[in-house]
Design a protein around this ligand. Structure first.
Ligand code: MOS
Length: 727
């Protein structure tokens, strides 16, 4: 189905008490808590794998002068040592999959320079220490600020790096109220629980990778290209994934190395990144410098806005953080500029992390809005209401549904926003207390996806697609959609995902997973319904699928009887159509935070937090809330803790483990709640749902930063907000 038209009444609209939307527990939850859900590294399907260990460069910039593997090759249990001198031939870099060990150039610290394969993990790790590499070293460039003069206009990836409307300079110069501020955000690491891991195994000229990966079909294509294989010769399997947050959108170096080493040795090869390697070998979210200029009349109506963002990545890559993209769609203003610039540094490769663009863009922009409100003496919600656009201000097309104002109003009511006092005036013992808010907005894309369904002779429905579940609840919502469409209880649905042997699917990323894969499944179920009805003499109008039966008027058939001995199958497909361009597709919300700041130590503590969101039709109230709260928790980390500190002398992250790279723990998260306002988005997809996976992080940290200002009267513009910056 091509989404060219708004969707009329669908089977999902019929029952308010249907399976879809209910807060059903994860159907894979029991397996997971019992330790019976095999993650990539634990796969038992591959017999007798050898173990790989990556040797990383100990410099960030320079060339390998010599590499001596003699001692490693002779070490106990060692099967093979792979370097640039003996690595099998590879293709060019494809998307974010880079050929490995390609030469003597070192572009970032811990870049793989050798790969040791041994009988056991310990033997591989011990032998890795014996590989001797001599380098010619260059002084690395690792400071974004120092590189600003050399920053370039990045290549257009999905969107233009720049946008411009009206006459910003003129409007800014003549405005009665203006703000010109700079915010910075640090490098952030995904810090997902499950490290990147792969077991690669060849059969003839075909390779199977059991690998932790969010988007299997994209990964399959990229890997095939780098391994110089036809796409159908590469199979990716990823049944369970311990978090992704963008770090697994593409196969990382361990996957390519495992495939190459397995080919070279004829043995399956198993490898996981160490926690420390996660910081340098896998991708990260780059640091940014953002300049925001706002101009308004005295009533807070914006006349001009500008959002410029600088970010960096490794030499040879083009990824840039699209911090200002969301600003193009947030608030009305006739004169506007957004601009992105990119510096190439001797740092590891940057890529997408949860809500790439919006997450850090809104950390800056939503605080700048707070600053403007303060300057005018206007309530921050009222400022946003006054600049609510009637259509997307830059695309100049309508929004599908935009409930930002209702989210802010409802949140204000539920949070007790009317109790907020002027900055620096509220105390609770030694705590200075403040409230802050922020808008939330995140793109809602639809991605091509397909699915197959089969009603078996046993009365069970099997769903198959190369979709993934990164811990978000995909298994469960797919079962809910199929169950409701076919009128079967959830126990009668088998969801088989995580394998490129199944119909191609969107995978999990960009908040598009549930809507895209779920819609493909919806279309497949609709086709199966038609097939089943056609096999009866029931009149197709007004048929109802419920309780394992299809009924029309007073006549009814059991689905299990219609399945026959061989079962009945159907396929479905979804892809974006003209609606993609005719409307601006966003999910919206509003965050509210109350913080306490210790008067003596500057310690900042979140006291309570609320998010009010709209996500179209909610597919599972429990997993949706978990996504929202998880995103908000990420926002707390971004505001108060997360910071991969760069040692500019060595171009390394100093705090490259979870002991030193801080993310929120339970004790950091007191009362936090997320609620959803009723919504259906009939222009988004046939489910009428919108993306939620990344919405919760967007703006969340800004609500805390604005609360810190309200508590103390101190505006901190460099994230994270740590006590040294308060004092
Ligand atoms: Mo997301 S950063 O597309 O997993």
């Amino acid at each position: 189905m091509e989404m060219n038209q708004p969707v009329g009444k669908t089977p999902l609209d019929d029952k308010a008490d249907g399976l879809v939307g209910r807060p059903i527990d994860r159907i894979d939850g029991r397996l997971k808590v019992m330790g019976r859900a095999p993650y990539a590294y634990e796969t038992r399907e591959v017999k007798n794998p050898a173990y790989g260990f990556i040797v990383g460069a100990t410099i960030a910039a320079g060339t390998i002068r010599s590499i001596d593997t003699a001692a490693a090759v002779k070490a106990p249990g060692v099967i093979h040592v792979m370097t640039h001198e003996n690595v099998p031939a590879q293709g060019e870099k494809k998307e974010q999959v880079w050929p490995q060990l390609t030469g003597t150039n070192v572009a970032f610290f811990d870049q793989p320079v050798a790969f040791v394969v041994a009988e056991t993990f310990e033997q591989a790790r011990a032998a890795a220490k014996l590989v001797k590499v001599a380098y010619d070293v260059r002084t690395p460039k690792a400071s974004l600020r120092a590189a600003l003069p050399q920053a370039i206009e990045p290549k257009k990836v999905q969107t233009d790096p720049d946008s411009k409307l009206g006459d910003f300079d003129g409007a800014f110069a003549s405005a009665p109220v203006k703000l010109d501020v700079e915010y910075t955000t640090p490098t952030q690491i995904h810090a997902q629980m499950e490290p990147h891991a792969t077991i690669a195994s060849w059969e003839g000229d075909k390779v199977v990778l059991y690998t932790a990966n969010q988007m299997l079909n994209r990964g399959q294509k990229s890997l095939a290209s780098v391994l110089k294989l036809p796409v159908e010769n590469v199979r990716l399997v990823s049944h369970y994934i311990g978090g992704g947050f963008g770090s697994k959108l593409q196969p990382m170096p361990e996957a390519t190395l495992a495939a190459l080493a397995s080919k070279a040795t004829g043995r399956p090869v198993k490898v996981a990144l160490t926690r420390q390697q996660e910081f340098h070998v896998a991708t990260h979210r780059t640091d940014t410098i953002q300049r925001i200029r706002l101009a308004s009349d005295r009533d807070g109506k914006l006349t001009a806005l500008s959002h410029e963002s600088w970010s960096d990545t490794a030499q040879g890559d083009e990824f840039y953080e699209t911090s200002a993209n969301v600003t193009r769609s947030l608030y009305a203003a006739p004169n506007r500029i957004t601009r992105h610039r990119l510096a190439k540094l001797d740092l590891p490769i940057a890529s997408s992390m949860r809500a790439p663009g919006e997450a850090v863009g809104m950390l800056a922009f939503e605080c700048a809005m707070d600053e403007l409100a303060e300057q005018i003496g206007l309530d921050p919600i009222e400022l946003r209401v006054r600049n609510e656009p009637t259509q997307d201000p830059e695309k100049q097309v309508p929004f599908t549904v935009r409930q930002l104002v209702p989210c802010m109003r409802e949140g204000a009511k539920l949070f007790g926003w009317d109790r907020r006092k002027p900055a620096g005036t509220t105390h609770d013992g030694n705590w200075m207390v403040g409230m802050g808010m922020s808008a939330a907005a995140r793109l809602n894309p639809l991605m091509p996806s397909s699915a197959s369904v089969k009603l078996g002779a046993d009365g069970y429905l099997t769903v198959r697609m190369a979709m993934t579940d990164i811990g978000t609840g995909t298994y469960t919502i797919l079962a809910q959609i199929a169950g409701e469409m076919m009128g079967l209880p959830i126990e009668r649905i088998r969801v088989e995902i995580g394998d490129t042997a199944y119909p191609a699917a969107s995978g999990s990323g960009g908040s598009f997973g549930a809507g895209s894969a779920g819609s493909a499944l919806y279309v497949a179920c609709a086709a199966l319904r038609d097939k089943l009805v056609a096999a009866t003499d029931l009149h197709p109008d007004g048929v109802v699928f419920a309780d394992g039966r299809v009924t029309s008027g007073n006549r009814s058939e059991a689905l299990v009887d219609l399945a026959g001995a061989d079962g009945v199958s159907a396929e479905g497909e979804i892809k974006p159509g003209a609606l993609k361009e005719k409307y601006s597709h966003y999910s919206f919300g509003a965050h509210f935070a109350e913080v306490g700041v210790d008067r003596d130590t500057g310690e900042i503590r979140l006291r309570r937090m609320l998010g009010v969101f709209t996500g179209g039709r909610i597919l599972n109230a429990k997993t949706a809330r978990s996504q929202a709260i998880g995103g908000m928790t990420f926002g707390v980390g971004a505001a108060l803790m997360e910071d991969a500190v760069i040692d500019e002398r060595t171009a390394t992250y100093v705090n490259h483990d979870l002991a030193e790279y801080h993310v929120p723990v339970h004790a950091d998260i007191p009362a936090m709640d997320a609620v959803f306002l009723p919504e259906v988005d009939d222009k988004a997809n046939p489910l009428k749902s919108k993306g939620l996976g990344e919405l919760g992080i967007c703006g969340a940290g800004a609500a805390l930063a604005n609360a810190v200002y309200n508590a103390t009267g101190i505006r901190i513009r460099d994230y994270p907000l740590t006590l040294d910056k308060v004092l």
